[in-house]
Design a protein around this ligand. Structure first.
Ligand code: MG
Length: 204
């Protein structure tokens, strides 16, 4: 899938904000990943030579199903077109160095996205899990988000029109960690799917 835009939310689980030494935000913290960063299941995440510290971030992705502009919470919830596993791959060293996150979050292959599914369950019951080389590293439930999915879509739609096919990455829980050449990183939303990607070091 190639979304028109990818809107991401930072620090949307309190425990992850705390593990990075940040306060829980008072309003959703938005940033973007470029559509050129998207890869599919099984495709390799390429560690760029420019970074010495790249981390995985397992996230629940929401695919927008209908156009939203200044939406109410009810309109926002009704516009959920599907859920997809997302890995918000981040060059943590460059994120700190630059202040702006465009480079750290925007390298080619830094946005693995799984196949979107619309399971017949309430969004609050969805879980997000990551496994690094088969070992569980993250597990959280969507009801623990600081800002829930309808709140996020409504808030974003008050800034920019959300179009069908746009992707919203709703933030990562605690437990992010470093990726190395040869790793296999998996993101799972039980009932939605598993997104597995190998990790390769880019040549200098
Ligand atoms: Mg993230």
């Amino acid at each position: 899938m190639t979304p028109g835009k990818i809107v991401c939310v930072g620090r949307n689980y309190a425990a992850h904000a705390t593990e990075l030494g940040n306060a829980v935000p008072e309003r959703p913290m938005l940033f973007f990943k470029p559509p050129s960063a998207v890869i599919g299941p099984g495709e390799p995440i390429m560690l760029p030579a420019a970074s010495q510290h790249v981390e995985f971030e397992a996230e629940i992705g929401v695919v927008v199903g209908r156009r939203l502009r200044r939406a109410s919470l009810a309109e926002a919830e009704a516009a959920i077109g599907g859920f997809a596993c997302v890995n918000d791959v981040t060059a943590r060293d460059l994120q700190k160095l630059d202040g702006q996150w465009g480079r750290a979050k925007g390298f080619d292959t830094f946005c693995p996205v799984g196949v979107p599914i619309l399971p017949g369950v309430d969004w609050q019951s969805l879980e997000i899990v990551s496994r690094l080389n088969g070992e569980e590293r993250q597990r959280a439930i969507a009801s623990d988000m600081v800002f829930g999915i309808p709140d996020l879509l409504a808030y974003i739609s008050g800034v920019m029109t959300l179009e069908p096919g746009d992707l919203v990455a709703t933030g990562t829980p605690a437990g992010t960690g470093r990726l190395a050449d040869g790793d296999l990183i998996e993101v799972e939303i039980p009932g939605v799917g598993v997104l597995a990607n190998p990790v390769l070091q880019e040549a200098e």
